[in-house]
Design a protein. Structure first.
Ligand code: ADP
Ligand code: MG
Length: 556
């Protein structure tokens, strides 16, 4: 365990820089950091090659900051980045790592902002200048001495800079700096043009190259979205509406979670099943076979249960719960993108799990781009798109076969073809929400208590003394308790009630609280808001062949 602290501590960084790094929560240097930091600290020129997300910024920022003299109020390090966004990112990183270094200032210099204040900040003694090449050349035109004190130059994402046409600007910048400076070049790729620059402007550079560990990942498009822990099911349902998947595997952490999510998906009409370690081997094989041949489209699995699963149909991997470590992430997403196809991996990240996301990005050497939860409009668009593509092929010859029937029916009913078509659509879409207002009502992201609160609450009521046990379980805010006369003796289980209410009530799983099935009745917690209309929607619902007859329930 000493190694954990030893990692950065053994690298000879300036103590104040080391302290700031530890304060940011980094535990160990990444591979590129481990190899670059000593080289840069020793003052060598260097060419570093590594993929995005491997931690290149700290690889040059930490040693350079360690070598800057904050008491000298003049530019000492220049970092060139291809875009304004990247320049700002790098500048922010420098500021973070320099937090415990009094007197050290960082200035970002990029186009689109007034030049005056930028130049003033440089002259006022910012020791670190992070710039895009174009704007920096503008400054050089005003003041050709502005870079005359630079001792460390970094070209970050050099290949990108060349792609953006900054070659000539770079030449101007090189000439404006002392030849004795240290030059470090980072690039994901080393095309000929980069080698030529290195040959011309670097002195006896050392090469540091980090191979991407996991090539399998490259065929997979990775995205993440931030979501609160208690809204995961709602998020999954929305994502499924807009993602165009063939077969999908969803990963969760517990056996219970496989069952819960599979039930929610089934209730929504997806062909879904759970796969976990409790399920007998032959049953597991059946699930996998069904996924292969299309009888199932979604499998909700734990890591253990999905080990070795190889189904070429899988286009999507959804990490509903965060994997425990980057290796299992790589394993999971390797279930898609098989046999040279591209796959898509989605990762739900709760606010507390952001650190793990960074670790995953670093280890896989890939950015996991952030996407937003689809909104009601996107869900609606996706539904209409599906409807369109399912109906379009039917139109061609339908009139020949059913045109006469249509005439007869419209005449008999005394309605327009439009009215009849609308009625048929309503029937065919099974009451699915197909207007924005309906979709939004159907899928509100209801703030609910966290799962931990929920389980603590049920533990309290299960374990308490008899008096406590009789006391009603407190209702979450905004919830109403409802009762049905259906219970265990009618062969009813909680998931039957859940399924019926989800389907017929058009609710999301998160809108429904505890379901308690007793011998001769059951209690269900439903949203207070809109309860009356929900109950009237459910008034003819039957569960297990018997009328549900859900009513608001009041103690006493
Ligand atoms: P690159 O420039 O190689 O694409 P970045 O420097 O932007 O990568 O780093 C990617 C992410 O990894 C950042 O969020 C950064 O804060 C984080 N990171 C870098 N080094 C470490 C480390 N040693 N431990 C944990 N996180 C790190
Ligand atoms: Mg970078």
């Amino acid at each position: 365990m000493t190694q954990v602290l030893g990692g950065f501590a053994a690298l000879n960084l300036h103590p104040n820089i080391l302290a700031a790094v530890i304060a940011t929560g980094y535990e160990e240097p990444s591979a590129i950091q481990l190899q670059s930091i000593p080289v840069i600290l020793e003052g060598h020129d260097m060419i570093g090659q590594a993929q995005t997300g491997t931690g290149k910024t700290a690889a040059f920022a930490l040693p350079i900051l360690s070598r800057i003299d904050p008491t000298k109020r003049q530019p000492q390090a220049l970092i060139l980045a291809p875009t304004r966004e990247l320049a700002l990112q790098v500048a922010t990183a420098f500021e973070t790592y320099a937090k415990q270094m009094p007197g050290l200032n960082v200035i970002a210099v990029y186009g689109g902002a007034p030049m005056g204040p930028q130049l003033k900040a440089i002259r006022n003694g910012a020791q670190v200048v992070v710039a895009t090449p174009g704007r920096l050349v503008d400054h050089l035109r005003r003041d050709e001495k502005v870079l005359s004190t630079i001792q460390h130059l970094v070209l970050d994402e050099a290949d990108e800079m060349l792609k953006l046409g900054f070659m000539d600007d770079l030449e101007v910048i090189f000439k404006a700096m002392p030849e004795t400076r240290q030059t470090v070049l980072f690039s994901a790729t080393l095309p000929h043009s980069i080698r030529a620059i290195a040959e011309k402007h670097l002195r006896d550079p050392k090469h540091v190259r980090i191979e991407t560990k996991t090539q399998t990942v490259t065929a997979i498009e990775q995205a993440h979205l931030l979501v609160h822990a208690d809204q995961k099911h709602a998020a999954v349902l929305r994502l499924l509406e807009v993602e165009e998947f063939d077969a999908l595997i969803a990963f969760v952490r517990t056996k219970q979670a496989t069952l819960d999510l599979a039930a929610v998906l089934e209730a929504r009409g997806y062909k879904a099943a759970a796969l976990n370690g409790d399920i007998a081997q032959n049953q597991r094989e059946r699930v996998i076979e069904s996924l292969k041949d299309g009888r199932l489209d979604i499998v909700v699995a734990t890591d253990v249960a999905a080990r070795g699963l190889d189904v070429p149909r899988i286009t999507h991997v959804m990490n509903v719960d965060m994997p425990y470590d980057p290796e299992s992430y790589v394993h999971r997403i390797g279930r898609t993108g098989r046999a040279g196809r591209t796959g898509r991996a989605l990762l739900l990240v709760t606010p507390r799990e952001r650190r793990m996301l960074q670790v995953i990005e670093r280890v896989t050497g890939q950015k996991v781009t952030e996407v937003r939860l689809p909104d009601g409009q996107q869900v609606l668009d996706a539904r209409i798109k599906k409807l369109t593509s399912s109906l379009a092929p039917l139109v061609a010859d339908a009139e020949a076969s059913h045109g006469e029937l249509l005439d007869r029916l419209t005449a008999q009913i005394g309605c327009t073809p439009r009215a009849l078509a609308a009625a048929l659509l309503r029937k065919a879409t099974n009451g699915q929400a197909l207007t924005l207002a309906e979709v939004e009502r159907e899928q509100p992201l209801v703030p609910t208590s966290s799962p931990r609160e929920r389980s603590e609450r049920s533990e309290r009521s299960d374990r308490g003394d008899s008096r406590e046990r009789r006391a009603p379980v407190p209702l979450a805010e905004g919830r109403a308790r409802c009762r049905t006369a259906l219970g265990a003796r009618d062969g009813i289980a909680a998931k039957n009630l859940l399924g019926a209410i989800l389907n017929e009530g058009g609710l999301i799983r998160e809108a429904i609280g505890r379901i308690q099935v007793r011998e001769s009745f059951s209690l269900v917690e439903l949203p207070e808001d809109g309860l009356e209309s929900l109950l009237s929607k459910l008034k003819d619902t039957r569960v297990g062949g018997k009328p549900l007859k859900l009513r608001r329930y009041r103690e006493d």
